[in-house]
Write a protein that binds this ligand. Structure first.
Ligand SMILES: Cc1cc2nc3c(=O)[nH]c(=O)nc-3n(C[C@H](O)[C@H](O)[C@H](O)COP(=O)(O)OP(=O)(O)OC[C@H]3O[C@@H](n4cnc5c(N)ncnc54)[C@H](O)[C@@H]3O)c2cc1C
Ligand SMILES: NC(=O)c1ccc[n+]([C@@H]2O[C@H](COP(=O)([O-])OP(=O)(O)OC[C@H]3O[C@@H](n4cnc5c(N)ncnc54)[C@H](O)[C@@H]3O)[C@@H](O)[C@H]2O)c1
Length: 461
């Protein structure tokens, strides 16, 4: 029976463990904090649960045109944060139970590779459990799935009270009166959006010319305009040089010397891979200059029998990608037929309000001539359902290959973009033509009607 040891119990690690158990391996999963990893306990699940609450307030605040909204609705931060914590803990417990039921030996503690037998086709791990004595164990296959940690700035020391990482937000008893969010990547934009909806004053420090610089420009600009319309102070072309506590709160100093005062600062300047203290260097495992563990398309590191998956690889920091990398690693390691990971069709969603979802080729690819595609953008302002619910900010953008008319990608900005991207993702994955999408009956009136309409406009006669 193959012995599989997995370090880290986030989506990469626990999905891999379930596959390994299904294939009859002897599986040990070592996890430092809780099953589900940072994804479930401090990053993805808590943030989306918090956003679920903030979205309700947005719906109420933005419904005055319908004759039923009120600007007076407020949130109880302690109740919202309490629910966030409970839901995350419950989700972690569910995953732990699933692993145990599958026969996985779930060890709470920390693990690292031991160098002694590194090149003998048997790998040795040193495990320091939370309870009990440290011990060594052997494995035929090792998966490194240790995730990442919020990056901080030495000039902005976090204290968990006023200057915070996103993992410390849910301990706040009060809603920040004025939150300064440093960094306008996906994480910063999501929290800025959610706290604005909750009723905090929000200043967003964005180092580039727009929020979410890695997303489709028209989409990110649309979201940025909504932020400003709702009262967010968005500072483009600004970098935080330092943040410090004051008597009443915090001040964030920008590169140009401007000082912004607030009650709290949230540092969202990216993440650092958890590749230290795993014994990688001594084991001969390559780690790049940013701390990521390079892997190939079946999750192999440079050392035979040692695989890596998830955020620690720097491939694409999404739970869905981490889980797929983990599964692929185990299928490959245990000799199953496996398809290398295909990242071109990964659908992603930013849970701002409005949401921003995308899949497949990008506008930048089209504009640069990297791909030969045509595209169309349909604003929701002309969609009857969007008008009825008074959520007309946003659009559907669709791309098709010029040679075949097959759908190549798309972008949706809107209140349920995370759902609306699925028909486009399906078309991309299943190689449907714009004609096939356009001939599909959609509900009238519906936001998804815009997907079919965009496809119709891309048909060539
Ligand atoms: C705020 C935020 C929101 C996000 N929202 C989304 C979203 O909506 N959708 C989405 O798809 N993605 C989202 N992501 C990204 C997603 O959370 C990550 O891509 C995902 O968590 C990566 O999973 P992982 O298994 O690589 O690592 P993690 O989930 O980070 O798990 C790794 C685990 O390994 C443990 N570990 C580390 N070292 C050791 C050791 N030596 N021994 C034992 N255990 C160890 C860690 O404690 C951790 O629990 C979000 C990220 C952030 C920061
Ligand atoms: N909904 C989701 O699926 C979701 C949500 C959150 C994160 N994620 C994943 O996590 C990845 C990382 O996103 P992220 O936003 O955490 O990190 P990021 O690295 O993409 O963004 C950090 C931003 O902070 C800026 N920055 C750095 N130093 C700064 C300073 N001193 N002042 C002002 N700005 C500064 C950077 O220029 C950058 O734009 C995403 O690409 C995504 O894959 C996904």
């Amino acid at each position: 029976m193959a012995r599989v040891a997995i370090i880290g119990g986030g989506p990469a690690g626990y999905e891999a463990a379930l596959v390994a158990a299904q294939l009859g391996a002897d599986v040990t999963l070592i996890e430092a904090t809780g099953a589900g990893g940072a994804c479930v306990l401090s990053d993805c699940v808590p943030s989306k649960t918090f956003i679920a609450a903030s979205s309700v307030l947005t719906e109420i605040h933005e419904s005055s045109e319908l004759g039923i909204g009120t600007k007076e609705a407020t949130a109880d931060p302690a109740a919202v944060n309490g629910r966030v914590r409970r839901l995350a803990t419950q989700q972690s417990a569910d995953i732990a139970q699933k692993l145990v039921n599958a026969g996985v030996d779930l060890v709470y503690g920390r693990a690292a590779l031991r160098v002694d037998k590194g090149y003998n086709y048997v790998h040795e791990l040193h495990i320091v459990p939370i309870e009990g004595e440290p011990y060594d164990t052997e494995a035929d296959v090792v998966l490194l799935a240790t995730g990442a940690t919020p990056r901080t700035l030495t000039s902005a020391p976090v204290d968990g009270e006023r200057i915070l990482t996103w993992r410390q937000l849910y301990d706040l008893k009060e809603l920040p009166e004025h939150l300064i969010v440093v960094g306008s990547g996906v994480t910063g934009a999501e929290f800025a959006s959610a706290y604005l909806a909750m009723g905090s004053g929000v200043t967003l420090i964005s180092s580039r010319d727009r929020v979410m610089p890695h997303e489709d420009a028209e989409a990110a600009e649309t979201v940025g305009r909504v932020f400003v319309r709702r009262g967010m102070d968005v500072r483009n072309h600004s970098r935080a040089a330092a943040a410090r506590r004051t008597d009443n709160g915090v001040e964030v100093e920008l590169d140009d010397g401007t000082v912004i005062e607030g009650t709290h600062a949230l540092i969202c300047v990216g993440s650092i891979p958890n590749s230290d203290n795993l014994g990688l260097h001594a084991y001969g495992i390559t780690v790049d200059e940013h701390g990521f563990i390079p892997v190939d398309k079946v999750s192999r590191t440079n050392v035979p029998g040692v695989y890596a998956a998830g955020d620690v690889t720097g491939v694409h920091a999404l739970a869905s990608v981490a889980a797929m990398q983990g599964r692929i690693a185990i299928w490959h390691a245990l000799g199953e037929a496996v398809r290398p990971i295909k990242l071109a069709h990964v659908a992603a969603n930013v849970f701002t309000d409005p949401e921003l979802a995308s899949v497949g080729v990008t506008q930048a690819d089209v504009d640069s001539g990297k791909v030969d595609c045509r595209g169309v953008l349909l604003p929701f302002a002309s969609n009857p359902r969007a008008k009825m619910v008074d959520r007309t900010e946003g659009f559907v953008k669709l791309f098709a290959w010029n040679s075949s008319g097959i759908v190549a990608g798309g972008v949706v900005v809107g209140s349920r973009a995370s759902e609306l991207i699925t028909p486009i993702a399906l078309a991309v994955e299943q190689r449907l033509t714009v004609e096939q999408v356009a001939r599909t009956f959609t509900i009238y009136p519906s936001l998804s009607g815009s997907v079919a309409e965009a496809a119709r406009q891309l048909m060539e006669f």
